[in-house]
Design a protein around this ligand. Structure first.
Ligand SMILES: C[S@@+](CC[C@H](N)C(=O)[O-])C[C@H]1O[C@@H](n2cnc3c(N)ncnc32)[C@H](O)[C@@H]1O
Length: 348
């Protein structure tokens, strides 16, 4: 480990991002209360007790993240990896986009797409302005802003939450030699980048429905050393791969954006394409069953961030869905605002 990278540097770095995220959220909500008082009424303030609990959970996440780097699950350099150039370049765009967002909010218009955005061939549940994004997942601007917006939402902890998939993957990936790992709904490729750092020799694959996000992922991933991940545009409900092909599959922050039937279809598909003995790791939002104390946050999330399937998601039994598909050895973890399900396809 380079001498300059200490736990204190890491914590200071992360808390700096957290405070920036908090300041951003405070400022945007204050401006919104002026521009759209009606919308502001829907935002419920979080109690000081709950804020303290959230802060404790964040500290525990950062501790776990640091410890995994210390154990060598991933290099320390990954702890400081962020697309900084993009963040600086696109932060003004986040603000410039806001008037459009407020307008859609006031009009309760959540399926608003520009005429020049092709919408054919996508499932209807997908054609939404998730997180109030202009043109949903279907524009280059949306893809350019996404990582920054997620970091602002989670106060810089999106990657630490994503990194929690890496230790269970390493523990459960029994295969040796050329392993194949698929990241379902890879978005702009953040998880694939983490996987590349933790598994330098693996063949990586990524699928997503959004051509714009895949272009962004390709642009980001082509800048890092190692074999370029193979990216394909595909609905996760119909994965375009052979049965039993992958040694491991990951899926980060997808399930809360799917209707119930699609959630089962995606799990069934992951079961089909993972090898017997292979591992499937899900990272997604916390749910009622594991974090009832976070109810005030979960309760308003679907409205605050336009997540139409979230309310059902937080009560859905993902473990039961995994079992129904045929997975076994299912275990769960919770870190900060995310939960993790680790499941194995029975060996033949
Ligand atoms: C919240 S983002 C998560 C992206 C990425 N995994 C991450 O960690 O940032 C959800 C992603 O799922 C994709 N998506 C949503 N429904 C999908 C589906 N049915 N099939 C494939 N991708 C889908 C979206 O295009 C988007 O990139």
């Amino acid at each position: 480990m380079p001498d300059t990278i200490t736990k204190l540097t890491y914590q200071t770095f992360q808390h700096g991002k957290n405070y920036f995220g908090l300041a951003h959220k405070y400022l945007s909500s204050q401006i919104m209360s002026l521009v759209s008082p009606q919308m502001q009424r829907n935002y419920r303030p979080i109690s000081p007790e709950l804020l303290l609990k959230i802060q404790t959970r964040l500290n525990q996440l950062l501790e776990a993240d640091w410890n995994d780097a210390e154990k060598g699950v991933y290099p320390h350099s990954l702890l400081f990896d962020n697309p900084w150039t993009d963040f600086f370049r696109y932060y003004p765009e986040v603000w410039l986009d806001m008037p459009q967002i407020w307008q859609r909010l006031n009009q309760k218009n959540y399926q608003d797409f520009s005429a020049n955005v092709p919408k054919d061939g996508y499932p209807s549940y997908y054609l939404q302005n998730f997180h109030h994004q202009t043109n949903g997942y279907l524009s280059d601007l949306s893809a350019n802003l996404y990582d920054l917006q997620v970091e602002l939402l989670f106060g810089g902890s999106a990657d630490p939450m994503r990194r929690r998939i890496l230790a269970p993957l390493k523990e459960n990936l029994k295969a040796t030699g050329q392993v194949r790992i698929l990241d379902v709904a890879c978005g702009t490729g953040r998880t694939l980048k983490l996987l590349r750092n933790a598994f330098p020799q693996a063949s990586l694959f990524g699928t997503d429905l959004s051509p714009a996000y895949l272009r962004k992922a390709n642009q980001e991933l082509s800048q890092i050393p190692g074999e370029l991940p193979q990216l394909l545009q595909a609905n996760a409900e119909e994965l375009p791969y052979l049965d039993n092909y992958f040694h491991a599959i990951t899926c980060v922050f997808l399930f809360h954006e799917l209707p119930a039937a699609a959630r089962q279809n995606v799990i069934d598909q992951c079961f089909r394409v993972v090898q017997p003995g292979g591992v499937f790791v899900i990272c997604d939002s916390i749910q009622m069953s594991d974090s009832p104390e976070m109810l005030p946050v979960m309760d308003s999330f679907h409205e605050t961030f336009h997540e139409p399937y979230y309310k059902h998601y937080i009560t859905d039994d993902l473990g039961q869905r995994l079992e129904k598909a045929g997975f076994e050895d299912i275990s769960e973890q919770v870190h900060f605002m995310s939960k993790y399900l680790i499941a194995r396809k029975p060996a033949q």
